[in-house]
Design a protein around this ligand. Structure first.
Ligand code: ACO
Length: 327
C-alpha cells in the first residue's frame, strides 16, 4: 500500500477554566490530593450549549488550514468520542455539515479513550489501500455534562476539548505510519461505564435518582489494569514494529494520570521525561487527549519532522492500543 503521513493538526478548547480549588468547594477534595494523585491542576470545561461537534469542527478547521488542504478534498471523517451531542446522529456527520466537506463520509468510533487511536488506524488503512486519499480524524469530548459533579471519584479527572489530524499520502521523503496494534478486553467492561439511557437500563425515575446517567469509574481498578497491561503490551509493540525504545523521540500517552505515564515508562526503562505531558492544564480529555498532546508537542517543537512518535491510549471497554509514526 501507499505510505501514509500526518499532514496537519489542530485543537479547540473551551475558554472556561476550572481549578482544583473551585472543585474543592463542590466536593470533598483538595488541590493537593488532585495534584498528588493525578498531576492535574486545571481543566477546560465547555459552556452550556457548547457541544462536542462544535469543538470538533473548530479543531478540524484548524487542522485543515495547518495541512493546507481544503475541506472539499476530505474523503472521510472519523471521530473518536464518548460524548456525542446525541447518541445518534453521530458527531462525524455534524462536522461534515459544519465544515462543508461535500465528498466526505463521516462516522464516529466509540472505543473509550482509545477511540481516536482506533480511528487513526482505520484512516491509515483506508488511505494505504487507496479507498480514501485524505482523511480527517478527530478526537473530541464534551464530557462535562455527563459527569456527576457530586462524585469526587470522577468529576475531578476530566476536561473538555478536541484535537484533529489530517492524514494523507506521505510526501516524498516522509516515512509516516509505521505500525499499530489495537486491543480490547471486554471482560473488564464494567470498569468505566455510563450505565443508563440505553436498552440495558432505559431512562426511568430510578436511573435518574441513582445518578446512572453519569460516568461511573472504578478508578483504582483502571489504574491497576493499565499498570498491569500496558508495559508488556508496549514492549511487544516495539518489538513487533522493529523499533527500539531509544529511537522514540517522544511518547504521546493518553493524558489520564501522571503516575500512570511515569510508571509505565519506568517499567520500559524509558526516562519519563520522554513523555509529553499536558494533563496538568487539560485534565483527562478522554478520546481527545492524544491528538491535543500531539498538536501541543509539535507546536512546542518537542516533536518535529523525522521524529519517531508512539501514541498510546487506554479506556472504557477496556480498550487499549498504540500507533507509531515517523513525522
Ligand atoms: N479527592 C480526595 N479524595 C479522593 C478523591 C478526590 N477527588 N477521589 C477519591 N478519593 C479518596 C478515595 O475515596 C479513597 O479514600 P479511602 O482510602 O478512604 O477509601 C482514597 O482517595 C484513595 O482512592 P483510590 O481510588 O484508591 O486512589 P488512587 O490512587 O487509585 O487514585 C485515581 C484515584 C486518580 C482515579 C486513579 O485510580 C486513576 O487515575 N485511575 C485511572 C483512571 C483512568 O485512567 N481512567 C482513564 C480511562 S477514562 C475513559 O476511558 C473515559
Amino acid at each position: 500500500g501507499r505510505r501514509v503521513a500526518l499532514l496537519g493538526t489542530g485543537i479547540a478548547l473551551p475558554d472556561r477554566i476550572l481549578t482544583n480549588d473551585e472543585l474543592s468547594r463542590m466536593v470533598d477534595t483538595s488541590d493537593a490530593w488532585i495534584q498528588e494523585r493525578t498531576g492535574i491542576r486545571v481543566r477546560h470545561i465547555a459552556e452550556p450549549g457548547q457541544l462536542t461537534s462544535d469543538l470538533a469542527a473548530e479543531a478540524a478547521e484548524r487542522a485543515l488550514s495547518a495541512a493546507g488542504i481544503p475541506a472539499e478534498s476530505i474523503d472521510m471523517i472519523l471521530v473518536g468520542t464518548n460524548s456525542p451531542d446525541t447518541l445518534f446522529p453521530g458527531v462525524g456527520p455534524k462536522v461534515q455539515g459544519k465544515i462543508g466537506a461535500p465528498k466526505a463520509g463521516a462516522c464516529d468510533v466509540q472505543a473509550g479513550c482509545t477511540g481516536s487511536i482506533y480511528a487513526l488506524s482505520m484512516a491509515v488503512t483506508g488511505i494505504a489501500s487507496g479507498i480514501w486519499n485524505h482523511v480527517l480524524v478527530i478526537g473530541a469530548e464534551v464530557l462535562s455534562p455527563l459527569l456527576d459533579w457530586e462524585d469526587r471519584n470522577t468529576c475531578v479527572l476530566f476536561g473538555d476539548g478536541a484535537g484533529a489530524v489530517i492524514l494523507g499520502p506521505a510526501p516524498e521523503g516522509t516515512r509516516g505510519f509505521i505500525s499499530a496494534d489495537l486491543r480490547a478486553e471486554g471482560e473488564f467492561h464494567d470498569l468505566i461505564t455510563l450505565p443508563a439511557g440505553m436498552a440495558q437500563r432505559p431512562a426511568s425515575l430510578e436511573t435518574v435518582a441513582g445518578r446512572e446517567h453519569y460516568v461511573q469509574m472504578k478508578g483504582n481498578d483502571v489504574f491497576k489494569f493499565v499498570n498491569r497491561k500496558l508495559p508488556a503490551f508496549l514492549k511487544d509493540f516495539l518489538e513487533k514494529s522493529d523499533l527500539k525504545a531509544s529511537e522514540v523521540a517522544n511518547w504521546i500517552f493518553h493524558q489520564a494520570n501522571l503516575r500512570i505515564i511515569d510508571g509505565v515508562l519506568r517499567r520500559l526503562d524509558v526516562d519519563p521525561a520522554k513523555a509529553y505531558v499536558d494533563l496538568d492544564h487539560l485534565g483527562n480529555t478522554s478520546a481527545a487527549s492524544v491528538f491535543i498532546a500531539l498538536h501541543e508537542a509539535v507546536e512546542e517543537k518537542v516533536l518535529g519532522r523525522g521524529d519517531l512518535v508512539v501514541m498510546t491510549s487506554f479506556g472504557a471497554g477496556m480498550t487499549y492500543g498504540a500507533i507509531a509514526f515517523e513525522l
